[in-house]
Design a protein around this ligand. Structure first.
Ligand code: BES
Ligand code: ZN
Ligand code: ZN
Length: 475
């Protein structure tokens, strides 16, 4: 394990990292640690670092500022940056002092330190040769459970991030299915895969239609985690994640600029797999089912065309106006399958669904669509606290009229070039059988973005921690 814990420090670590909130400033501590003859000047603004050298002991003391309360949700980023910047340096030994940190800060510290070890260059021929820094966290005994929980969060996030960053020639729908199977085996939850034959029999025609132009066949991944002493037959929570392994747009093909980013069009799926994994790791007291309708949206002679009418698991017919609006098609079957077969109390779906949500909200918050005030306020509160924000969007029934088709039950694209993320959500609503406790999160802007890890965009792991914290709240 690249991160270990101790309840006392080593005699002479090469580097020491200590983080303080502004109001926690402890000059005396730093002065003694660094062997300084004077009281140091510390800048404890969020993310600021000040470095001191202890010449006799040949060690470096890095003081990291945590700012004030408003900076807390983002504090995992500060730790992550410090570790990430140090990664390239060979044989790094870093001792992090954590015993003075509160539960919330310690959680963020552990998540950041662990995430800082992510290696995005795993396909470089020398990619695995980067020396792993040796991180030691010095804490009090009674902080151990906080650290173990934070580490489980970080590792489930990392596996989701890795999956999103995996190129689509490797990450087929079947690869995602195998990934979920392996996670289920390792952490103790059930995974069932519905293949093309079974999906055909079940009439998951919308999911199959999206994948029909690809040699990589569509699958539906069904995950179930049940606590040991669970009494409930039906799950308290059902999750659905958009699992498009690559989105070319299909016959309504996308422009080539940045099309490569569409390998991330399964970030909703990664969040759902990561969240079910996290529930199992933490043995949360909640019965949860996760569904991933997975397909590749390719251009081919067999692809669906604009104007085609297709069926769906629920039985409704859909006029495909634009084959690039494919996420809502696979989610229609995912949602309908979940509701019919599992009858969950609550449903949350996550999808990189529209460019329109990015136009509306940018890259700092997901769009949230729901009729349920209680779920909306809980998710808002949890998301703000952990820096995976959601912002509630309008969702009045007027928007649904834009999705009426002349020749089928519904069409997959509004005729008006406005409010695209809302009309997309209205399309999904038509497949929820009026379930009262359903929330749709459009994560197109937050799932894959600029990070300190890379020059191009990379996965953020959005959703894993949010869903984990939400599950804890309602369990
Ligand atoms: N996967 C895209 C949405 C997307 C865009 C995600 C940018 C992440 C970044 C989705 O399938 C799509 O193509 N949506 C279209 C819908 C349009 C055809 C109605 C869009 O938003 O442009
Ligand atoms: Zn698309
Ligand atoms: Zn898409």
């Amino acid at each position: 394990m690249p991160l270990h814990f101790k309840t006392s420090g080593a005699k002479t670590p090469k580097n020491i990292l200590i983080a303080f909130e502004k109001n926690q400033e402890d000059k005396g501590y730093v002065q003694a640690l660094a062997g300084l003859a004077y009281e140091p000047t510390l800048s404890l603004n969020a993310k600021d670092t000040v470095t001191f050298f202890h010449h006799q002991q040949e060690q470096k003391i890095i003081v990291l500022g945590l700012g004030d309360e408003k900076d807390l949700p983002k504090s995992y980023h500060y730790f992550r940056s410090v570790v990430h910047q140090m990664r390239s340096k060979a044989a790094l030994v870093l001792e992090v002092h954590g015993s003075h940190l509160s539960e919330e800060y310690l959680t963020n510290a552990v998540i950041g330190l662990r995430q800082g070890l992510l290696n995005v260059g795993s396909y470089k021929t020398n990619g695995n040769k980067i020396t792993e820094p040796e991180l030691t966290l010095v804490i009090k005994k009674e902080q151990k459970s906080v650290v173990h929980k934070a580490l489980a969060i970080a590792e489930s996030q990392l596996s989701a991030m890795h999956l999103v960053d995996t190129p689509s020639n490797i990450k087929t729908p079947k690869y995602m299915a195998d990934f979920a199977i392996a996670s289920g085996k390792q952490y103790g939850y059930d995974v069932k895969i519905l293949d093309k034959k079974q999906l055909t029999k079940l009439k998951c025609d919308a999911l199959l239609a999206v994948g029909q132009g690809s040699v990589n066949e569509s699958v539906m991944i069904v995950m179930e985690y049940k606590p040991k002493k669970s009494k409930s037959k039906t799950p308290q929570l059902g999750l659905v994640g958009k699992g498009i392994s690559f989105d070319t747009g299909g016959i309504s093909i996308k422009p080539s600029a940045n099309m490569g980013y569409m390998k991330s069009d399964m970030a909703g799926a990664a969040a759902v797999i990561g969240a079910v994994e996290l529930a199992a790791r933490l043995q949360l007291d909640i019965h949860v089912v996760g569904i991933v309708p997975a397909a590749e949206n390719s251009v081919d002679a067999l692809s669906i065309r604009p104007g085609d009418v297709i069926g769906s698991y629920l039985g409704k017919t859909i006029e495909v106006i634009d084959t690039d609006a494919e996420g809502r098609l696979v989610l229609a079957d995912g949602l309908a399958y979940l509701i019919k077969n599992h009858q969950p109390d609550q449903i949350i779906d996550l999808a990189t669904l529209t460019g329109s949500v990015i136009a509306a909200l940018g890259y700092t918050t997901a769009g949230m669509f729901t009729q349920n005030d209680e779920m909306a306020s809980k998710l808002t509160q949890v998301g703000t606290k952990i820096n995976e924000r959601v912002w509630r969007m309008p969702f009045w029934e007027e928007y649904a009229t834009d999705m009426q088709s002349d020749i089928a039950d519904i069409k997959n694209l509004s005729a008006k070039p406005v409010a695209g993320s809302v009309t997309a959500a209205k399309f999904l609503e038509a497949f929820t059988s009026d379930h009262k406790n359903w929330v749709h999160l459009d994560i197109a802007g937050v799932a894959f973005s600029d990070t300190e890890y890379a020059k191009m965009r990379t996965a953020t792991g959005y959703g894993v921690r949010l869903l984990g914290a939400y599950m804890e709240q309602i369990s």
